[in-house]
Write a protein that binds this ligand. Structure first.
Ligand code: KIV
Length: 283
C-alpha cells in the first residue's frame, strides 16, 4: 500500500535501513509542525517489534498490563519489578520508537527521593527512554527532580486509573468547570516542571483542545478527542483482543479475539481428526 494513503511515510523504514530514534525533542518538533504523534501500548518484544516496524512513534509499556496481561481488575497490583521485566522485553523489539514506561502505583507517591531512584532504575535496568506518572500539582516537585537529573517524564491527566479507589469509577473527568480548570493548570505545572508530553485520558474534546493550546509540549489523547497532538490506545483494545472492554473512544481495527478462537478451534479439530501433522509436515 502507498504509505501516503495512510497519513505519510514519516515513521516507516526501508528494510535494512538504520532508523533514526524518536526523541522527546522530535516529539516537540512534531507538535510544532502539526504532525500527529502515533502511540500504542506494548508489553512484549513480539508486538513492540511489529508496532516499531510500522512506524509507531511512542511505545508505552503501560501499567494497563495489570489488566490485559496479568488479568487484574485494576492497575494497582502491578509492581516496579514487573514493569521493568516487560520494559526489557519491549526494548528488545524496538529500533526506532521512544519507549516510555509507566511508573506503577506506589513507586513514585511515597517520596520524591524514592520516585527518583525508581525512575532511574526503569531507565538503567529496563532500558526505557522515559517514564510516565499520573497526576498534577501534587507530583510536580517529583517531576522537576527527575527531569533535572535527565530522566524524561511524561505526565498523565484526566482519568488516572491508579486513583480508581479514590474516585470510585472510570467516568470522564474535567466535565465540570472546576475540574476542567484544574486540568489546564496541572498541565501547565507539569510543563514548568520539565515534562516532555502529557497523556490526556477521557476528558471532553474541547478541554483537550484548551490544554493542547496552552502548553508547548505535546498532548497525547485517549478518549480526549481529535485536537490532541497525538493519540494512544491500549493495543489489545484496538485489535479487538479485550472484548469485554468497549468504551466509545476505542476504535477496533481488528477482531483478533474471534479470529484467534476460530484458528485455535480449527487446529484442535485437525489434531483430534489426525489431519495435523500431514506427511509434508513430518520428517
Ligand atoms: O497504562 C496505560 O496503558 C496507559 C494508557 C492508557 C495511556 O496509561
Amino acid at each position: 500500500m502507498d504509505p501516503t494513503q495512510r497519513g505519510g511515510s514519516a515513521g516507516r523504514q526501508a528494510e535494512g535501513e538504520r532508523p533514526r530514534r524518536v526523541t522527546t525533542l522530535r516529539l516537540r518538533q512534531m507538535k510544532q509542525a502539526g504532525q500527529k504523534i502515533v502511540c500504542l501500548t506494548a508489553y512484549d518484544a513480539l508486538m513492540a517489534r511489529i508496532f516499531d516496524e510500522v512506524g509507531v512513534d511512542v511505545i508505552l509499556v503501560g501499567d494497563s498490563l495489570g489488566n490485559v496481561v496479568q488479568g487484574h481488575e485494576t492497575t494497582i497490583p502491578v509492581t516496579l519489578e514487573e514493569m521493568i521485566y516487560h520494559t526489557k522485553a519491549v526494548v528488545r523489539g524496538v529500533r526506532r520508537a521512544l519507549v516510555v514506561t509507566d511508573m506503577p502505583f506506589m513507586s513514585y507517591q511515597v517520596s520524591t527521593e524514592e520516585a527518583f531512584r525508581n525512575a532511574g532504575w526503569i531507565l538503567k535496568e529496563g532500558g526505557a527512554a522515559a517514564v510516565k506518572v499520573e497526576g498534577g500539582a501534587h507530583i510536580v516537585e517529583t517531576v522537576a527532580r527527575m527531569t533535572a537529573a535527565g530522566i524524561p517524564v511524561m505526565g498523565h491527566l484526566g482519568l488516572t486509573p491508579q486513583s480508581i479507589h479514590q474516585f470510585g469509577s472510570y467516568r470522564a473527568r474535567g466535565t465540570d468547570p472546576k475540574e476542567a480548570e484544574q486540568i489546564v493548570r496541572d498541565a501547565q505545572l507539569l510543563e514548568e516542571a520539565g515534562a516532555f508530553a502529557i497523556v490526556l485520558e477521557k476528558i471532553p474534546a474541547e478541554l483537550a483542545r484548551r490544554v493542547t493550546e496552552s502548553v508547548a509540549i505535546p498532548t497525547i489523547g485517549i478518549g480526549a478527542g481529535v485536537h490532541c497532538d497525538g493519540q494512544i490506545l491500549v493495543y489489545t483494545d484496538m485489535l479487538g483482543l479485550t472484548v469485554e472492554f468497549q468504551p466509545r473512544f476505542v476504535r477496533r481495527y481488528e477482531h483478533l479475539y474471534e479470529r484467534i478462537r476460530e484458528a485455535v478451534a480449527r487446529y484442535a479439530d485437525d489434531v483430534r481428526m489426525q489431519r495435523f501433522p500431514s506427511e509434508e509436515e513430518s520428517y
